[in-house]
Each structure stands twice: as structure tokens, then as C-alpha cells.
Design a protein around this ligand. Structure first.
Ligand code: R1P
Ligand code: URA
Length: 327
């Protein structure tokens, strides 16, 4: 870190760059695609107008921001890594440097819990709930009785939170309209497909809280997948970020509603709308895992579709960030 930061509550440098994502006003667009991995981010950015971003920055903390235009509409792609905590850095720090409304779509990989959604299916969830490890269950002070009685459960399962309906519908429509042709050869005899209105679970680990068995650790998760299916019937996918994105958007939107109710000026004048597109990389019903060629095909299709959907969703001019590197 080279620059001097001030404000221990929300550190920013003299130009307003945030501490971890390290972008400032004018570098991030109102419409954002967030991905886990940087290869995917660069792949999608090739579909920007002119074939490349207008702004590119990789932070010391491994957040990569690529901002460009697609069909003339400014869009940022931000690669954040994995897990709940990086979503928190990403949403709060991007919110701090963007004025007006934000639409954030997560484009990530996932595991499938539904036999009809194999590798080659891309899903658009309508809702997502969280699964987190209940650390006290594993604490040495916790008694066998507390564990047996169910007073403490090994995993906490939240209520679901919805994605924005218009964003969901635009994503599904764009995927349907632009399916790769002749994909059956690459995907074991079946063409790729898109499925909407699914329910997602975001876990705080790839392993224990997604029900993967690891004899090297006590995880108390042998029946976790059954418990999840029983409590949230129809759950289709497991990944690690979508729930927190929906949660933080709701928290930001609640802060605006609260300020307005109290007759105060909200910090930001626009709400955050969210959506997600999830590519199935791991089929938890069969144990199949995606190949690099299949991955590239899905990322091109899904990436272009998310760009198209974002460009098609209208944001009124007065709720758009006024200037940026794209102007
Ligand atoms: C785990 O392998 C990672 O893959 C999924 C999970 O949510 C987690 O981040 O998403 P990405 O492909 O976007 O990283
Ligand atoms: N990402 C996850 O979090 N889980 C999977 O099974 C595959 C991708």
C-alpha cells in the first residue's frame, strides 16, 4: 500500500480510493457483474465495445475491476475471489464510489443438488438462503446433551432472500436468446440449457457447509444435504456468495427507506438491485465435474448474456452516476 489512508471507520485515500477494492469515483459503473475468478473477468471483458475495458485496476488485495461499455452502456466487471467476506468488501466499497442506482449481477459457478440440472445447465435463481457453520456446536464446552437435543445445530440455515424480479427475467431472457449452437457434442449428448426461478443456497465453505465429507475434520455434516432439502424444498444449487449479495442489497435499501421515513437525506440516492447466473460446475448427484472446454463455453455464453441483460435494463438518467472513465 503506497497511499496514505484516513478515517479508520471507512478508510479511503486522498483521491477517495477505498482500502481493499481500491477504486474511486468515476471508475465503477452503476451496472456491475461480479465474478469469482480473474480469468472469467477478462474473458467477459473481451465482449466490451472495442474488445477491451476502458479502465482496468487490480488491487493489492486481489480485487480486479474492469470497466467498459457494452452496446454503449457502461458496465463494470469486478472479480472478488470467494466467500461471504469478500462480498462485503466489494458491495460496501463499490457502493461508496457509485452514485445512484446499482444493479449487481453475480456470475458464478455452483454445485447442483437437482438431478435434472447437470453440467451444461445455467440457472437463474429467484431466491437464495445462507448456510453457515455454527462454531459453538463444535466448541469443546458444548455438551453432548446440547448436541443431541438439537439445542445447538451444527449449521445455521437462514430464510431465503429474493433477487430483483426484473433482473431475474432479463437474465433468463438473454440466456435463452443466445444459446451456443451444437453444444451436445461437448456436453455428453445434451444441448446446454437455461433454467429460471430456481432456489440457491450460499454456504460459508466449499467443504463442510456444502455437505462435502472430509475425514480429516469433524464437520458433523453427514446428513446436511438431507436437512437442507427438507427445510428448503426445491433447493437447486450450492455456491458461496449470492445470499450475501442479496442480504447487503436489502440492508442498503432498508437504510434508504429508514432515512426517508425519518425525513433525512439518505447517503446514496439509489437502491441496489441484484440477480445471479450460476453455471453448474459440480453435479453433486453424480459426482461429475466440468471440463476446461465446457467451462469456457458456459462462461462465454453466460458472460455475454449477463452483459446483454444489464444493458437492456433501464436506469433513469437522474439515477445514473454523472461521469466516469467511460465518458
Ligand atoms: C468455489 O469453488 C467458488 O466457486 C463458486 C463459489 O461460489 C465459490 O466462490 O463461485 P465462483 O465460480 O464465482 O468463484
Ligand atoms: N462452487 C461451489 O461453491 N460449490 C460447488 O460445488 C461448485 C462450485
Amino acid at each position: 500500500m503506497k497511499d496514505v489512508l484516513s478515517n479508520a471507520n471507512f478508510p479511503q485515500d486522498a483521491q477517495g480510493r477505498t482500502y481493499h477494492v481500491a477504486t474511486k469515483v468515476g471508475q465503477v459503473a452503476n451496472r456491475i457483474i461480479t465474478v469469482g475468478d480473474q480469468v472469467r473477468a477478462h474473458r467477459i471483458a473481451k465482449a466490451f465495445d472495442g474488445g477491451k475495458p476502458l479502465f482496468e485496476f487490480s488491487s493489492q488485495r486481489n480485487f480486479l475491476t474492469l470497466t467498459g461499455t457494452f452496446q454503449g452502456v457502461p458496465i463494470s466487471i469486478v472479480a472478488i475471489g470467494m466467500g461471504f467476506s469478500v462480498v462485503d468488501f466489494f458491495v460496501r466499497e463499490c457502493r461508496a464510489v457509485v452514485e445512484g442506482e446499482m444493479i449487481i449481477v453475480r456470475l458464478g459457478s455452483c454445485g447442483s443438488l437437482q438431478p435434472e440440472y447437470g453440467i451444461g445447465t445455467v440457472v437463474v435463481p429467484k431466491a437464495s438462503f445462507g448456510i453457515s457453520r455454527n462454531y459453538d456446536y463444535f466448541h469443546h464446552d458444548t455438551t453432548a446433551d446440547e448436541r443431541r437435543s438439537g439445542a445447538l445445530e451444527p449449521y445455521l440455515i437462514t430464510k431465503p432472500l429474493d433477487a430483483d424480479q426484473e433482473v431475474h427475467d432479463a437474465l433468463l431472457a438473454a440466456l435463452e436468446a443466445d444459446k451456443p449452437k451444437n453444444s451436445a457434442d461437448l456436453f455428453g449428448g445434451e444441448e446446454v440449457k437455461a433454467a429460471g426461478d430456481t432456489v440457491n443456497a450460499s454456504a460459508d465453505s466449499f467443504y463442510g457447509s456444502q455437505g462435502r465429507i472430509d475425514p480429516a475434520f469433524v464437520d458433523a455434516n453427514v446428513n446436511l444435504i438431507d436437512v437442507i432439502r427438507e427445510r428448503r424444498p426445491g433447493v437447486a444449487t450450492l455456491e458461496m456468495e449470492t445470499f450475501l449479495l442479496n442480504h447487503l442489497a436489502a440492508a442498503a435499501n432498508d437504510a434508504i427507506d429508514l432515512a426517508e421515513k425519518n425525513g433525512e437525506q439518505p447517503v446514496h440516492k439509489g437502491k441496489i438491485r441484484t440477480g445471479a447466473v450460476q453455471m453448474i460446475f459440480a453435479n453433486r448427484n453424480t459426482s461429475a465435474f466440468i471440463s476446461p472446454e465446457q467451462c469456457e463455453t458456459l462462461e462465454h455464453w453466460a458472460g455475454k448474456s449477463v452483459l446483454t441483460a444489464l444493458a437492456n435494463i433501464q436506469i433513469p438518467n437522474e439515477r445514473l452516476h454523472p461521469t466516469g472513465v467511460w465518458n
